[in-house]
Ligand binder design. Structure first.
Ligand SMILES: NC(=O)C1=CN([C@@H]2O[C@H](COP(=O)(O)OP(=O)(O)OC[C@H]3O[C@@H](n4cnc5c(N)ncnc54)[C@H](O)[C@@H]3O)[C@@H](O)[C@H]2O)C=CC1
Ligand SMILES: O=C(O)[C@@H]1CCC=N1
Length: 275
């Protein structure tokens, strides 16, 4: 059976990861502004070009993974080429309604994922725009399955999920880095400290998902009375770590919502000046 063709416009960090993750099951053509930066994808057998029109004309599905502020100008410049295509945008804060206004003849999906797509263990959340067909939905599921876990959500949650699903790896790396430094402080070798922290994150995550238990209950199972863990928990509470995380998620979510409002206002100005 012939493979579906997918164009990835803006194959940087996340677009490049998506292009690689889906490249066994789909025929992928990836673009970015500098061709030499696409050499790793080309070595994997992915077609590469700097010409978005060329990529779109060959594709059934178009993935948009440029920076949020670049989305509207890019889509506007390609609106004729994108007519009747399925377009999946991974840009933070750019909502379906806005995309649909710029490319009214396309079928649109808005998605958010994270950097673990690089190892095909991303967590992708997404919402469909109008007119996405059942046939489209099965192609979309195939793409997202190649990238890791995925689930459909109401679009109103996507800004908060950008702070949770999209940005979370950065918070976890901050925590892991700090744990490694703690271990270095008492003399553990770096590589051993890194493995101990990273495997603990993986194991704790799998247990959380498979047990169905609340994290507080699992935490309580680790804390031996008068034992070791409680000293660490005491220090973390003293450092207000939970308040810091709650503030972090709240602030990042508010930022995603603020960027969404700014993107809409800017697009409104552009659309008015075009008329
Ligand atoms: N970095 C991450 O962990 C995640 C990022 N995102 C979203 O993905 C999008 C991209 O983010 P990154 O990959 O981090 O940025 P990036 O800067 O690494 O990638 C964007 C790429 O788009 C290219 N580009 C810009 N204008 C273009 C054009 N007109 N034609 C072709 N290519 C063009 C750039 O050259 C660059 O390579 C953003 O909208 C972001 O919100 C979503 C989930 C996670
Ligand atoms: O920081 C950002 O805006 C993007 C969205 C999710 C991860 N990186």
């Amino acid at each position: 059976m012939e493979k579906e063709k997918v164009a990835v416009l803006g194959a940087g960090v996340i677009g490049g990861a998506i292009a690689s993750a889906i490249s066994d099951d789909f025929e992928v053509i990836a673009t970015r502004r500098r061709l030499e930066r696409l050499s790793a994808l080309a070595e994997r057998g992915i077609k590469v070009t700097t010409k978005n029109e060329e990529a779109v004309s060959q594709a059934d599905v178009v993935i948009v993974s440029v920076k949020p502020y670049q989305v509207v100008p890019l889509l506007k410049s390609l609106s004729e080429n994108l007519a009747d295509k399925l377009v999946i945008s991974f840009a933070a804060s750019i909502n379906i309604d806005l995309i649909q206004r710029v490319i009214p003849r396309s079928r649109v999906v808005r998605a958010m994922t994270n950097i673990a797509v690089q190892v095909r263990e991303g967590y992708t959340v997404y919402s469909y725009g109008k007119n996405v067909s059942d046939e489209d939905k099965s192609v979309i599921s195939k793409i997202f399955a190649d990238m890791g876990e995925y689930e459909e959500v109401d679009e109103r949650y996507l800004d908060v999920l950008t702070a949770m699903a999209g940005s979370s790896p950065a918070y976890l790396y901050t925590v892991v880095e700090a744990m490694i430094y703690g271990a270095l402080h008492v003399g553990l070798p770096r590589d051993l400290a890194l493995r101990a922290a990273a495997w603990s994150v993986i194991g704790a995550s799998h247990l959380l998902l498979s047990s169905g238990k609340h994290p507080a209950e699992l935490k309580d199972m680790v804390v031996t009375p008068g034992g070791v863990t409680i000293d660490a928990i005491y220090a973390l509470e003293d450092g207000k770590v939970r308040t810091a995380f709650m503030k972090a998620i709240r602030d990042a979510s508010l930022k995603a919502q603020q960027l969404a409002r700014e993107a809409c206002d800017e697009a409104e100005r552009q659309l008015k000046s075009d008329n």
